[in-house]
Design a protein around this ligand. Structure first.
Ligand SMILES: [Fe+2]
Length: 178
């Protein structure tokens, strides 16, 4: 019985990876489908980057250790908040939030973190590159979701971009006097 149930779920997953439900939200199903795809793409990148910021938080070394340790953790916390906002927008639109660690690893568009980064400036540089990539693709998603007639989602992406750009400024300020 357990086996049969597992097969049914897998079959459903294969034929409809977005696992859409009907919804009273009055955005046409076709647009919701595109929005859920867009949101799931942003979700996996944001989960990936949250783990990368934690990697930086744990492993940074050097005389700026403590302030960077705290800064990287605050960036990871902001990304974690973004993950939850995105995931719950997906489910609010009737979709399934595909945000396990394995789904994120399989579908993220971000480059893997530089695992050889050691001192503060190296970590700041790598994290700034990754955060800029995330912020810029989320910026594109603002317009795309607006075009799809969903100001709720474009507002959500706007909020994430505003925070990501501020965190990027905090990182880049370490590099601009180099
Ligand atoms: Fe910590």
């Amino acid at each position: 019985m357990a086996q049969l149930r597992e097969r049914t779920i897998l079959k459903h997953f294969d034929s409809d990876p977005l696992h859409m439900f009907e919804s009273r939200v009055n955005i046409p199903a076709e647009s919701r489908h595109a929005l859920i795809e867009l949101l799931n793409a942003r979700l996996v990148d944001t989960i990936d980057l949250q783990s990368q910021a934690k990697f930086a938080h744990w492993n940074v070394k050097g005389h700026n250790f403590y302030q960077l340790h705290l800064l990287f953790d605050s960036i990871a916390e902001h990304l974690e908040e973004g993950v939850d906002l995105i995931a719950e927008r997906i489910t609010a639109l009737g979709g399934r939030a595909n945000g396990t660690v394995r789904q994120a690893a399989a579908h993220s568009s971000l480059k893997e973190y530089d695992l050889n980064a050691l001192n503060g400036i190296e970590h700041v540089r790598v994290l700034a590159d990754r955060l800029a990539s995330l912020s810029n693709s989320t910026r594109e998603a603002i317009d795309r979701s607006d075009d799809l007639g969903d100001k709720g989602t474009s507002d959500l992406f706007t909020e994430i971009v505003r925070t990501a750009d501020k965190d990027l400024y905090f990182l880049e300020s370490h590099l601009q006097a180099e």
